[in-house]
Design a binder for this molecule. Sequence first.
Ligand code: MG
Length: 164
Amino acid sequence: MKIKIGLGYDIHRLSKGRDLFLGGVKIPHPSGLIGHSDGDCLVHALIDALLGAVGEVDIGRLFPDTDPAYKGIRSTVLLRKVMSRLRRRRMEVLNADVVVVAQAPRLAPYIEVMKDTVCPILGVSRDRLGIKAKTNEGLGLIGRERAMACWAVVLVEEKAGKKA
Ligand code: MG
């Protein structure tokens, strides 16, 4: 049994009038994350953690922001693509843990629906995905609601047998 760990980090600036997506969930808020995709920094951090665990290139090189194919794309679509790559290599997610740092809105009411959205894509039960939301105590650009950031770690396991 081969187990590998991956770490991901992402930060996106906020802009008034944009839809806010976090953990694959649209959250009512006056501002949203700027990005070539939907700006979902939680899913982006998870993607980079998964790619890191299997020693692949990062999200920016896999889905370049110069490629019109990814303009406005939901990040959950990108996460599905990454999971297919992992499955082709017979890699399965054991568990993942995420910290999202956002001064506002309060994210606690959305954590469960984020898990409902992300767990099926990762192919894990709800007890294998942790999502914690923190404010930045009003400090810095995140504290002033100019940006949101996210960290993610994952463990993946290579299943026995031939690679597809
Ligand atoms: Mg990003």
